[in-house]
Design a protein around this ligand. Structure first.
Ligand code: ATP
Ligand code: MG
Length: 391
């Protein structure tokens, strides 16, 4: 008998020829997350992921959060694994499990059996009745309730037998890799990592672009974004992060445009660069952390004036209707909040006007942009000098 963790994932979304790739990506993400906390083996077992400890202890408190929050995982179940599938052994271990679970508290329960071993001499219903009866006869503090029990004791007879009674739900969503790829504009702020997470929840793989303006933005500001991408990757799987040297482009815009229009033109330059990088890397869309009305550059007029910088790809703004507090609640849950609030400067906060325009006119902005000398050359140069790291 051995303590294990079973992870369930959205099987229905996994029909088709990418299935193996997606399952392998899921296994890789789990293995990578668990490397931090011990020596665990992670393998596929009949439509589930089976996680076993190679040491004596199975540290559920550490392992569960690192698995249950991975997108595409629907639930995890701490279970015991039996090598001996005989009904006598299952009875005895099921009783042990229930005694441990209940202590001396009173509970109602039922037993549910799944039997993928069709050679097994009893059918599912007979097994449930047998084990339920055995437990009932050997414990004083439990009653049977098949309609609405406190505890559903699951018995799964496969190559081995698994017994469990706790099911911890994940975020659900679609497994990463089932819905193409998007490139998120990842700043060091609270919002953009959450926007990436929301896309990933629908099965979209994530790449990220960060605009870095040294010496105005420090190495620590850059490290913060790397840390954010790394934390995100524990839910989304591997993330490619493109770090774009943005100083020259930014200074050029600063010199060339009225201060109240600076932010809009900066954002347009970011969009142009991000779109080119995204297309080069086979992404089908851009993602930003904009939430309507949150700041001057996120009014509907500003979003319109910024968005026309993108010529081909759709731009997704999955946080557009969310309030700041809702976004913060998710950020806390994902562990990105603590990283995002580190106090380092962002390139959007340097040289900005005290009173940025909140209702810019798209045609005026586009005309100003046309007159910025060599902007396209600077943009191409920034792309050429982009550094890419994989997290
Ligand atoms: P965030 O919390 O994501 O930084 P914010 O509320 O601070 O967002 P802005 O700074 O106006 O809002 O940025 C809006 C969006 O533009 C961000 O969510 C992000 O997608 C993108 N963005 C801004 N600055 C950068 C940057 N330096 N690198 C990459 N993307 C950026
Ligand atoms: Mg920001």
């Amino acid at each position: 008998m051995q303590n294990v963790l079973l992870a369930k994932y959205g099987e229905i979304a996994l029909r088709g020829k990418n299935r193996h790739l997606i399952e392998n990506a899921l296994l890789k993400t789990i293995s990578k997350n668990l490397e931090k906390v011990g020596n665990y083996s992670v393998k596929k077992e009949q439509g589930r992921v089976l996680i076993e400890s190679r040491e004596e202890n199975f540290d559920y408190d550490k392992v569960i959060p690192l698995v249950v929050n991975i997108l595409g995982i629907t639930a995890v179940c701490p279970a015991i694994k039996l090598e001996d599938n005989s009904i006598e052994n299952i009875r005895a271990k099921a009783l042990l499990h229930m005694k441990e679970y209940c202590g001396d508290k009173e509970y109602t329960f039922k037993v549910e059996t799944k039997r993928s071993d069709k050679q097994y001499p009893m059918d599912s219903r007979e097994i449930s009745t047998d084990i339920g009866g055995y437990i009932f006869n050997n414990m004083d503090n439990i009653k049977v309730d098949v309609r609405n029990p406190d505890i559903t004791l699951m018995v799964e007879i496969r190559n081995y037998t698994y017994i469990y009674s706790k099911l911890i739900k994940g975020f659900g969503g679609l497994p990463i890799g089932t819905s193409g790829k998007a490139t998120v504009l990842l700043s060091g702020g609270i919002d953009s990592p959450i926007s990436a997470f929301m896309m990933a929840k629908r099965g979209v793989s994530i790449e990220a672009v960060y605009f870095h303006s040294p010496p105005y933005t420090s190495d620590r500001a850059k490290q913060k974004v790397i840390d954010l991408a790394e934390q995100l990757s524990t839910f989304t799987g591997e993330i490619k992060l493109h770090i774009v040297p943005f100083t020259e482009t930014q200074l050029k815009i600063y010199e060339s445009v009225p201060p109240e229009k600076m932010t809009i033109l900066l954002k347009r330059a970011m969009f142009k660069i991000a779109e080119k990088i995204a297309i080069k890397n086979n992404s089908q869309g851009l993602v930003t952390g904009d939430s309507i009305g949150q700041v001057a550059s996120q009014t509907m007029q500003a979003i319109e004036a910024i968005n026309s910088a993108v010529t081909t790809l759709p731009v997704f703004r999955p946080l557009c209707s969310m309030d700041k507090q809702e976004i913060i609640d998710i950020a806390r849950k994902l562990g990105t909040f603590e990283i995002s609030i580190r106090p380092y400067e962002d390139c959007c906060t340097i040289f900005v006007a005290k009173h940025p325009e909140t209702k810019p006119k798209r045609n005026i902005i586009e005309n100003i942009e046309k007159n910025i000398k060599d902007l396209d050359i600077l943009i191409d140069k920034a792309i050429e000098n982009t550094e890419t790291i994989i997290l």
